[in-house]
Write a protein that binds this ligand. Structure first.
Ligand code: NAD
Ligand code: ZN
Ligand code: ZN
Length: 352
């Protein structure tokens, strides 16, 4: 089968022929119907180096996946061949307290996980391929009616990551409050919709691209602002001088972190989700009083179930542009050039 493989750090992945996986006991192989191109893959290809994370190439990339059950390993009784499924991507040990409540992102026995601190597309073989091996059936969530794998794939990361971050700040998103979304790409366009569907907050979207601001307006942003030196002032004006109760930074550069901190309302939240590598100096006077600065990583398995339900009811939906497996590198080129609206999704197969 064909798979897009990262063969070494700081190199372009290569589309190559590899052996189709066979499921062992408790495992499942899916036929891939959607694999999203995440900006983290670009950080992974261009910036990661040996020692930064506890895994290394070669592996097939793509950590945002959905498809159909293709082959079941011995003992898997919870799934059926041909069933559409989404892949829960952070793979933990399955036994520690964090994993037991579905927060496999923060597994406490990383050495017992299929791969320490990673998953498919992050150290183990991912979904930009014809088929993908899932090391445990619990990582597959059946798709509710009305969701196809190509649209479901982005929900597993571009959707789940903002959902987790927003859920963490829900107590601060009561009616009359304001949420700011910085960066309306794959994650941000889902973030705007999740805020709109699950809170009564006023939503302010910020991006550098006019096409992203248009997308934000179409998906529920009340105000869309170009990212520049005047943005903080505009956010302050739009909030009657108070500032934003919750700021979600889906970029994470020095400039956006500074913008987020300066826009926050005292007692608000600033969530750093983007991993552009920026830093924010935090001291008594550098941020508004009692602002909580937090990072968030991906999301939990129960949250993915909730999010798929929200999408199946039509309350949120991923905006996708699709690419064939042969053109997968074009998806990353478009993402790098800032030419993707919503999420670029590689679709190796269109039917089970
Ligand atoms: P993307 O490229 O689809 O979207 C990024 C958006 O940010 C684009 O619309 C871009 O125009 C905008 N942007 C860039 N610089 C900006 C600036 N200075 N001001 C305002 N807007 C700006 O990327 P994505 O796939 O949505 O990922 C976003 C970030 O989140 C990446 O750094 C990615 O690695 C990270 N990420 C983190 C997690 C996590 O668990 N924390 C999960 C997935 C992705
Ligand atoms: Zn990702
Ligand atoms: Zn664990």
């Amino acid at each position: 089968m064909k798979a897009l493989r990262l063969m070494a750090w700081k190199s372009e992945p290569k589309l190559m022929e590899v052996e189709q996986p066979d499921p062992g006991p408790g495992q499942v192989v899916i036929k891939v119907g959607g694999a999203g191109a995440c900006h983290s893959d670009i950080h992974l290809m261009d910036e990661f180096e040996e020692g930064l994370i506890p895994w290394s190439p070669p592996f097939t990339i793509g950590h945002e996946n959905a498809g159909w059950v293709h082959a079941l390993g011995e003992g898997v009784a919870t799934l059926e061949i041909g069933q559409p499924v989404a892949v829960y991507g952070p793979w933990g040990c399955g036994r520690c307290e964090r994993c037991l409540v579905g927060t496999e992102t923060y597994c406490e026995n990383p050495m017992e996980a299929p791969i320490p601190g990673g998953g498919g597309g992050l150290g183990l073989d991912g979904g930009i391929a014809e088929y993908m091996l899932i090391p445990d059936a619990r990582f597959l969530i059946p798709l509710p009616d009305g969701l196809d794998p190509a649209h479901a794939a982005p929900l597993t990361d571009a959707g789940l990551t903002p959902y987790h971050a927003i859920r963490r700040s829900l107590p601060k998103l009561t009616p009359g409050t304001t949420a700011v979304v910085i960066g309306v790409g794959g994650l941000g366009h889902m973030g705007v919709q999740i805020l709109s569907a699950t809170t009564a907050a006023t939503i302010i979207a910020v991006d550098q691209r006019e096409s992203a601001l248009k997308l934000a307006r179409e998906h529920g942003a009340d105000i869309a602002l170009e990212s520049n030196e005047g943005t903080v002032e505009q956010i302050r004006e739009a909030t009657g001088g108070r500032g934003a109760d919750v700021v979600l930074d889906f970029v994470g550069a020095d400039a956006t972190l500074a913008m987020g901190a300066a826009s926050a309302r005292p007692m608000g939240d600033l969530s750093i989700v983007g991993i552009a590598g920026g830093t924010l100096p935090v001291s008594f006077f550098s941020i508004p009083y009692e602002v909580s600065v937090q990072t968030t990583y991906w999301g939990t398995r129960p949250e993915l179930v909730e999010l798929l339900g929200l999408a199946a009811r039509g309350e949120i939906g991923s905006r996708i542009s699709t690419y064939s497996l042969d053109d997968a590198l074009d998806a990353y080129a478009a993402l790098k050039a800032g030419k993707v609206e919503g999420r670029a999704v590689v679709v190796p197969y269109q039917t089970a």
